[in-house]
Ligand binder design. Structure first.
Ligand code: MTE
Ligand code: HPA
Ligand code: MOS
Length: 788
């Protein structure tokens, strides 16, 4: 079958689009201030590792009746952690990273609060700190055990293949840079209920942690999330901390309590993308075909486990990326340091695994003087013999060779590369490079139990709908997509469906909106709920259509003559819901309006609400053996980027990027395109300009956009094209594929294009200007270092 490009069809507008543009979309801190509301501030450790010697509050005594100060003793339970319970909400005796919160302070008057934050003195005894992966490895300071995925005789492969290369890629972290910082407001409500409004990707975890920390039953805590101004993984676990602090103040003071971080504080104290050091030992044939790989990944988990072991797991399962590795060993170990606990960030561990293999392929091509594209194509997963991952999952629906070949043709990769080689001008300050990379991203939480979702679908008598799920809207458009799915199911306009704020009293025991699975899990649960509703309405339709309208329940209710209509008979024919109408398949002329059917159903005592539950079947990955089906399916794509690099300043400009993805049948083309471009640009920032600089004592120096360079409109590719392959995905109810994270990994095409431009076979991430210059002029830098 000839691959074809999907023609874009416009979907419903993002439900917050107008509000975003007009500034009316409400975020946590936009909630109006209530009478007696308290503002909450934090006092946190300025040291990476230290013992608390004394806390002096004498200088705030004058505000004693207007100030509340809390330490860990205020909490019923002070430890937490999504995987390992190794983190304190409030420091107890020893602090383990810069930013660990020691005291929570609250006041009605913000001026008193800020004066008090400055006046409280904490004396510390500084202890030795581990501040890098190298130090942690030397001291065997680890979190969790070493994990391995292996298959085949990789040792023999390494020893006998014609070529062998070893390398190391240092990969730095990155800040999430969500525009809305961490925020929570807690309200004590009638009867002892605590109502929490949190900027969290995981309302259920906030509910549970608030309850546990404060010694409340879970029934007495409700967490509500309307929308986030970005999460990107940074609010999957870490938002809970701030919600707990606000809740603690609200409970003790019996007043509303608001805790909103400013950007500098947020950047300094919250965790980032885990830095990694990845090592490879790779063997290959003359044509670039990989024979064996031995890979070792270390990550900096920071001071607490957070999600780092799960992130490592995703890194290990993504080292293969788009490529078949016949014999392989992949090992991973999370290190414990004295840095803020690192956490989820778009792609989770995936990008770090993928960076390893894409870098190794660059090294192979460099070594053999081959076009890296040819090396990639030689190794790409292919049906039927070269399509099993190192963890034993078969790559079903492998679109990778087609994606590579189709995109290469559409963007004229070969001709442009040739032209670029021929036109290289030794006098120009600009060096040009072009490169193609791929992504194959596993969709499912590898932790099996998280792959579940539930939804409540309510039909109202005017033919409009309310849908509630556990999905959190963080800009990605999940609510719009879920609304569109329900609308399509009932054949109504998407604006007939309202997706309600996420709230734990309607949808409990939910997973974080993460792993790109928000629509798959929650949208599927909503579809599951729609089906019995449709079944009931279909039967009502079948009864009504054969009944004289004068005998319909609504018409007979007044006189009191109503008898129950016989509607619960097996359906003799399929019923279609389309354009606000209901009819028997094949007979669109004999229709009833959906509103009529719904209303008659109500008066005939037919339930108009339904709760749906969905779980992903067929996942059997075994964490101990490192084998099994880890994912329901893969979202796949390729990208080609062309860059110019200034050889005097290291400045990079991306001239053009082309992206081609397989996303099955998209639910909302425009939203998917927004995710593709947004994720790509976010990754572009990480691999080129965003550099976290610490002061050597574990303090982040780059904690504002003035020193931490996120991409601006000037940095996006001058010519930026994205398209979808026309495909299908039988694995989801909606036949689409998850899009949230995968395209971020396509920004590696920019990273490898820089390597191509400056003719080196490796670069750290980010490939900052300084690092580009260091790679261009290693001798000069060595001389300077010596002279220092
Ligand atoms: N898009 C926007 N605008 N804002 C975000 O915070 N987070 C990303 C991605 N796209 C994010 C985003 C991350 S890390 C994930 S896991 C997914 O969205 C989560 O949402 P989904 O599962 O509904 O795709
Ligand atoms: N992705 C994002 N968040 C997660 C995951 C994952 O794979 N597993 C647990 N939390
Ligand atoms: Mo996304 S890193 O899974 O929140």
């Amino acid at each position: 079958m000839q691959p074809s490009i999907l023609k874009g069809t416009h979907g419903a507008a993002h439900e917050s689009a107008r509000g975003h543009v007009q500034g009316t979309a409400e975020y946590v801190d936009d909630r109006p201030r209530e009478a007696r509301e308290l503002t909450v501030g934090l006092i946190w450790s300025p040291h990476a590792h230290a013992r608390i010697l004394s806390i002096d509050v004498s200088r705030v005594q004058k505000w004693a009746d207007r100030l509340w100060i809390f330490d860990y003793k205020a909490l019923a339970h002070n430890t937490w952690g999504s995987i390992f319970q190794d983190q304190c909400f409030l420091a107890q005796d020893v602090v383990h990273f810069v930013g660990e919160v020691v005291l929570v302070v609250a006041a009605e008057d913000p001026a008193i609060l800020s004066a008090a934050l400055k006046a409280i003195r904490i004396e510390y005894e500084v202890l030795p700190a581990i501040l890098s992966i190298e130090e942690a490895v030397a001291q065997q300071s680890f979190i969790g055990v070493e994990r391995t995925i292996a298959r085949g005789d990789w040792q023999k492969g390494l020893e006998t293949a014609p070529h062998r290369l070893q390398g190391r890629v240092p990969i730095d972290g990155a800040d999430h840079f969500y525009l809305e910082n961490q925020a929570a407001i807690a309200y004590p409500r009638d009867g002892g209920i605590l109502e929490i409004h949190s900027s969290t990707q995981h309302p259920t975890e906030v509910q549970h942690l608030v309850a546990e920390a404060l010694g409340l039953p879970q029934k007495d805590v409700v967490c509500t999330v309307k929308r986030l101004g970005g999460g990107f993984g940074g609010k999957e676990t870490q938002a809970a901390l701030f919600a707990v602090f606000a809740a603690m103040v609200a409970k003790v003071c019996q007043r509303p309590a608001r805790l909103v971080l400013d950007k500098d504080t947020d950047m300094m104290i919250t965790g980032k993308r885990n830095p990694f050091q990845v090592h490879y030992d790779i063997a290959f044939r003359d044509d670039g075909e990989i024979v064996a790989l031995d890979a070792l990944l270390y990550s900096d988990g920071g001071a607490c486990a957070d999600l780092s072991t799960a992130i490592m797991e995703r890194a290990l399962t993504h080292v293969d990326n788009a490529y078949f590795l016949p014999a392989v060993r992949i090992r991973g170990q999370v290190c414990r340091t004295h840095i803020h606990p690192h956490t989820a960030f778009r792609g989770f561990g995936g990008p770090k695994g993928v960076a390893l293999i894409e870098q190794a392929i660059e090294a192979i091509a460099h070594h053999l003087r081959l076009d890296p594209y040819d090396v990639r194509l030689r190794n790409v997963y292919r049906h039927p013999h070269r399509n099993t991952t190192p963890y034993g999952q078969v790559v079903e629906g492998d679109a990778l060779p087609v994606l590579f070949e189709t995109l290469a043709e559409r963007c004229e990769y070969k001709a442009r590369r040739q032209q670029l080689l021929e036109s290289a001008d030794p006098k120009s300050p600009w060096l040009r490079g072009i490169s193609m990379t791929a992504v194959k991203f596993g969709i499912s939480f590898i932790t099996r139990f998280l792959n579940q979702g539930n939804a409540l679908v309510i039909l109202h008598q005017d033919g409009t709908f309310q849908v509630s799920t556990g999905a959190v809207e963080m800009g990605q458009g999940v609510q719009t997509k879920i609304g569109s799915l329900v609308a399509a199911e009932f054949g109504v306009d998407p604006d007939q469906v309202r997706v309600m704020p996420t709230q734990t009293d309607k949808n409990a025991n939910t997973s974080a909106t993460a792993a790109s699975s928000g629509t798959d899990l929650n949208g599927s649960a909503a579809l599951v709920a729609c089906r019995p509703l449709k079944e009931r309405l279909s039967k009502v339709f079948a009864a009504l259509i054969d009944l004289d309208p004068e005998l319909w329940p609504t018409r007979t209710i007044g006189p009191g003559t109503q008898a129950d209509m016989v509607w619960d008979k097996p359906l003799a024919y399929p019923v279609v819901f389309e354009g606000g109408r209901v009819y028997a398949a094949g007979h669109p002329e004999r229709f009833l309006s959906l509103v009529d059917v719904i209303r008659e159903a109500y008066f005939n005592r037919v339930s108009l609400s339904e709760y749906g539950f969905y779980k992903v079947d067929g996942l059997d990955f075994n964490k101990v053996t490192g084998q099994g089906n880890a994912f329901l399916y893969y979202s796949q794509g390729t990208a080609c980027s062309e860059v110019i690099v200034n050889r005097f300043t290291g400045e990079v400009k991306v001239l053009r990027s082309d992206i081609l993805m397989d996303l099955g049948r998209p639910i909302n083309y425009d939203l998917e395109m927004g995710q593709i471009r947004g994720a790509f640009v976010q990754g572009l920032g990480w691999v080129t300009s965003e550099q976290l600089v610490y002061d050597g004592q574990g303090r982040l120096l780059t904690h504002a956009p003035s020193t931490y360079k996120i991409p601006s409109v000037h940095d996006i590719p001058r010519d930026f094209r994205a398209e979808l392959l026309e495909t299908d995905n039988p694995r989801t109810l909606h036949r689409g594929k998850a899009v949230g994270e995968p395209p971020l990994l396509l920004s590696f095409s920019v990273w490898t294009a820089i390597m191509n431009a400056i003719k080196v076979s490796s670069l750290p991430i980010p490939a900052s200007r300084e690092r580009i210059l260091r790679a261009l002029y290693p001798d000069t830098f060595a001389k300077w270092e010596k002279a220092r």
